[in-house]
Design a protein around this ligand. Structure first.
Ligand code: FMN
Length: 193
């Protein structure tokens, strides 16, 4: 049994992304994992302003929901990042959330080339929805995830589900007309097979 924290980084309430995340959660719970979800629509998390207070043992200067999430982040074995594709990358809300990992970094006396600190050891996965479904649609988002979350922060990738072709936001969410919810359920069910 793993502890999983699903971070829904924006998108419409009960929209394509939330439905995708909920299907993943259903599968993961059925597999016996303990799953929590935080919606950045409901919990405000601002970006890091680089004041470096956290580097001197002081609490984060940002007054928002992030600090209360820190214990949940620390306890989680797996962080699942869910976001609609907005202007070809992850949402600004999810980006802001990831920026705040700055305050959970620890000093690394001997960092490998190109790294400056170390982060807790965790697994990560990415769930995304978009209107388009071309071969380049997720290029920027996947590049960011792979570079920042996996290579730099050092989380271990458990996979991605990139749900293209869910329709635009001018109308009702259309993900239920696709096969993505079934795939997300299966992704959650088998995430630790
Ligand atoms: C501001 C904005 C920017 C968007 N940018 C893109 C984009 O770059 N590429 C794309 O395929 N879809 C884009 N979309 C469409 C959404 O990614 C798509 O409708 C998504 O499934 C919406 O998720 P939601 O229902 O959870 O809100 C954009 C939508 C909005 C509102």
């Amino acid at each position: 049994m793993k502890k999983i924290l699903v971070v829904q980084g924006g998108g419409r309430i009960h929209g394509n992304t939330e439905q995708l995340a909920d299907s993943f959660i259903k599968g993961a719970k059925e597999a016996g994992h303990a799953v929590e979800k935080v919606s950045l629509n409901r919990t405000e998390v601002k970006g890091c302003i680089g004041c470096n207070a956290c580097r001197y043992g002081k609490p984060c200067i940002q007054k928002d929901g992030f600090n209360e999430l820190v214990p949940e982040i620390r306890e989680a074995d797996l962080l699942v990042f869910a976001s609609p594709l907005l202007f070809w990358t992850i949402s600004s809300k999810l980006k802001a959330f990831i920026e705040r990992f700055y305050c959970i970094a620890e000093k690394d006396e001997n960092p490998p080339y190109g790294r400056y600190e170390k982060y807790p050891v965790k697994d990560a996965a990415l769930l995304m929805t978009s209107a388009d479904d071309f071969f380049w649609t997720y290029e920027q988002a996947v590049s960011y995830y792979k570079f920042a979350v996996i290579q730099y922060i050092g989380f271990h990738d458990r996979g991605m589900l990139l749900a293209g072709g869910c329709g635009d936001t001018n109308g009702k969410p259309q993900i239920d007309r696709t096969d993505w919810l079934r795939k997300a359920y299966g992704f959650g069910l088998h995430i630790y097979d």
